[in-house]
Design a protein around this ligand. Structure first.
Ligand SMILES: [Zn+2]
Length: 397
């Protein structure tokens, strides 16, 4: 399954890039001593380029190890700033970098680790209009994204361009990794043809993640990228690695290319599409998605509360989140207890549910509607949007 980067893609690079200076011979001596790597493998690493999509939990360890390993050119695409809540797992960034662009902080750290590496920071969101150009400039992609929209976009662009796509994802205590987009291997769409309905699968901000887990998976991604460059061993192409950190179980399952996959099977997907539309994340679809739970905007709720309307305001987040921030007048019933707590919820008044961003409260609302409640509302955008639009004194996290 493993396959080195085609020599043609590196043949026209300047000859200086193919020589190792004496400092590099020392720096990489533990690689060079491996017969599977040697000086020629190390030169190959130096001549190669990897794009890391997302300088977050997965991208951090991947970038650190790829830089240390001497990958000649590392691109980092990200449009976020470092947030205090990132530091529990995003080890590229430090406390002093909070508030500054992740690409900037990543670049400084990687250059400090290895001055022989060229770090290219691309402070932008990867979109359907720039993905082919950005990804096309690199040999391999490490997908460190945390959302379905960018994951499908990255997958499709890699398949169209014929670039290996080293995939990883994490949630709570579990992670996955694979290598997609190899000449005869499967792609992400072979595994997940359609994205899940918006809000059904929580993200790490909603559901949490053990900080060290993206460290494990991102390091596995770096391993697979390095093996792919060197053409050694068996990569995860055609296999999905599943990691359960709580039980510390690692297992792999076979993956096959789906002949009906629109990206790598039938190849009917000839260009990038509208991924907001595909994943149901566009604002227009969010507002009209079929749900029996009506949405209420933060301002509208605030107006109603000020008018003295009798509303049962229920927070469905976890107790630790309640301790960080809450909306005055609310009571806490975590999502997991909402079904059992239904008898305590009034049926003769409006009930407004909220969570962090609106996904869990929507699920809670649907559970109550299924039990016959007909006056259930979901606070659109959750407490986060409430803080932004109504009450900035409510901390965000
Ligand atoms: Zn496919």
């Amino acid at each position: 399954m493993s396959r080195a980067i085609p020599a043609s893609s590196i043949a026209d690079k300047p000859s200086s890039a193919s020589q190792l200076e004496s400092d590099e011979l020392v720096r990489y001596s533990r690689h060079i001593g491996l017969s599977e790597v040697g000086e020629s493998g190390q030169r190959r690493l130096k001549q190669s380029s990897v794009l890391i999509v997302g300088a977050g939990g997965l991208g951090s360890p991947a970038a650190l190890y790829l830089a240390a390993a001497g990958v000649g050119r590392i691109g980092i695409v990200d449009f976020d700033n470092v947030d205090l809540s990132n530091l529990q797992r995003q080890v590229l960034h430090d406390t002093a970098a909070v508030g500054s662009p992740k690409t900037q902080s990543a670049r400084a750290r990687l250059e400090a680790i290895n001055p022989f590496v060229r770090v290219e920071s691309i402070e932008a969101e990867l979109t359907a209009s720039n993905a082919l150009e950005i990804i096309g400039a690199y040999d391999i992609v490490v997908d460190g994204t945390d959302n379905f929209k960018t994951r499908y976009l990255t997958n499709d662009a890699c398949v169209l361009l014929g670039r290996p796509n080293v995939y990883g994802s994490v949630l709570r205590f579990e992670g996955q990794a694979s290598v997609f987009g190899t000449p005869d291997g499967p792609c992400y769409r072979c595994l997940f043809r359609e994205p899940p309905p918006p809000g059904l699968v929580p993200n790490c901000a909603e559901a949490g993640v053990l900080g060290v887990l993206p460290g494990l998976i991102g390091t596995i991604q770096a391993t697979e990228a390095i093996k792919s460059i060197l053409g050694i061993g068996d990569t995860l192409a055609g296999r999905l690695l599943l990691v359960d950190a709580l039980r510390m179980n690692f297992r792999t399952i076979r993956l096959r290319r789906d002949p009906d996959c629109p990206a790598c099977g039938t190849r009917e997907l000839k260009e990038l599409i509208d991924y907001d539309e595909f994943c149901g994340t566009s604002p227009s679809r969010d507002g009209t998605r079929s749900s029996s739970v009506r949405e209420i905007a933060p301002r509208e709720l605030s107006d109603r509360l000020r008018r003295g309307d009798v509303i049962d305001l229920i927070d469905v987040r976890e107790p630790y989140e309640w301790r960080i921030a809450r909306i005055e007048g609310a009571r806490l019933i975590p999502l997991g207890r909402i079904g059992a707590s239904a008898p305590e919820i009034a049926r003769d008044r409006d009930v407004v549910l909220y969570c962090h961003h609106g996904a869990r409260s929507q699920a809670a609302g649907e559970a109550l509607v299924a039990q016959g409640f007909d006056r259930i509302w979901n606070l659109s955008g959750g407490i986060d949007r409430w803080s932004e639009e109504v009450d900035p004194s409510v901390p965000t996290y």
